[in-house]
Design a protein around this ligand. Structure first.
Ligand SMILES: Nc1ncnc2c1ncn2[C@@H]1O[C@H](COP(=O)(O)OP(=O)(O)OP(=O)(O)O)[C@@H](O)[C@H]1O
Length: 313
């Protein structure tokens, strides 16, 4: 069986949302999430990310269109669909006076799942929360509270986990911890959809990336393919002697000379043109242009994202 034939774990079909104010936050969105992937949804403020997640999780009603989550239509079969989904919202909202253990136990009960203390123990251990199980939530650090939100979202054994800005405002160390944890969750078979403003987070974590802007999906791609397709690379040559201008014979290359004439920058597509470098260096040599050092750099996902969203502005 090929990847294409496998049923998506979430299928969003022609989803449109117009708020009561008349504002159209989603415009005919189509999106399929593959079972077991980490999918990052990127978009500027107000793009419609939270609206999309809220519809899939049954918090906001769609104006038109259809969503099927793990085999259940979210409108017709709401309870069954919701049972499959865990949501970690952006804001920390938990009962400060409850203990960690009571909170996750209560959350599980809300979804009508039979008690399973062994499972909850595993969740808390995986999140390094076990030692804090009897602590009141208000006594925990911000990072620990965030872990409690994740434990709550996992308490009813969902197959799909939404993380809305999971690492907003957390320090670098905790961010790394969360990334490791999300990877472990994926290994256990959970499909993960995250939204993030930190592009490096998507670059680090995601198998696929979707870009949304002004309520429309601009693209969905494998991360590596996206970076290869849209990324640009640059080769910077630090010249032994300053150059007054680029020789006319080399006009066919995308070469740019720095203002002081000491650096020559060659820009090429990440996938193509690479083969042209030995040829370029040989031809520079023929023109008596020698370099003492060279560096390559490539555009980050952030550069790609910014140019995509600008292009759509
Ligand atoms: N209840 C509402 N009534 C009217 N407009 C709304 C409502 N909720 C959201 N919007 C508008 O819909 C648009 C999309 O909002 P949404 O929260 O989905 O964006 P987002 O991509 O999650 O943004 P952010 O990154 O800032 O969280 C915004 O312009 C927002 O102002």
């Amino acid at each position: 069986m090929t990847g294409e034939q496998v049923q998506p774990v979430i299928a969003v079909d022609s989803l449109t949302k117009t708020y009561a104010s008349g504002f159209k936050a989603l415009n005919s969105v189509n999106l399929q999430i593959r079972r077991g992937e980490i999918f990052a949804l990127l978009g500027p403020n107000g793009a419609g990310k939270t609206t999309l997640i809220s519809i899939i999780c049954g918090i906001v009603n769609a104006s038109s269109g259809k969503v099927v989550a793990d085999g259940h239509d979210i409108a017709r079969d709401y309870r069954a669909a919701r049972k499959k989904i865990g949501l970690v919202p952006q804001e920390l909202s938990t009962d400060a006076f409850e203990t960690v253990w009571d909170t996750v136990k209560f959350s599980r009960g809300l979804f009508g799942k039979a008690p399973n203390d062994a499972y909850l123990e595993k969740v808390l251990k995986d999140l390094s929360l076990w030692a804090k199980r009897d602590s009141k939530i208000m006594t925990l650090s911000g990072g620990m509270k965030r872990r409690v939100m994740i434990a709550k979202a996992l308490s009813h054994e969902p197959t799909i986990l939404f993380l809305d800005e999971p690492t907003a405002g957390v320090d670098v160390e905790l961010r790394r911890d969360m990334w490791d944890m999300v990877r472990r969750l994926r290994e256990s078979g959970v499909t993960i959809i995250l939204t993030t403003h930190y592009i490096e987070e998507a670059e680090e974590m995601a198998d696929r990336i979707g870009v949304i802007n002004k309520g429309e999906i601009l693209l969905v791609e494998e991360k590596t393919a996206l970076m290869q397709k849209l990324g640009k690379k640059q080769l910077t040559l630090h010249l032994q002697q300053a150059l007054a201008s680029v020789p006319a014979e080399l006009a066919g290359y995308r070469l740019e000379l720095s203002e002081d004439g000491n650096q020559l920058v060659y820009t090429f597509d990440a996938q193509g043109e690479r083969m042209g470098i030995p040829d370029l260096l040989r031809r520079l040599g023929e023109h008596g242009i020698h370099f003492r050092d060279l560096q390559t750099s490539e555009s980050s996902l952030e550069d790609i994202f910014v140019s995509l969203v600008r292009g759509n502005a």
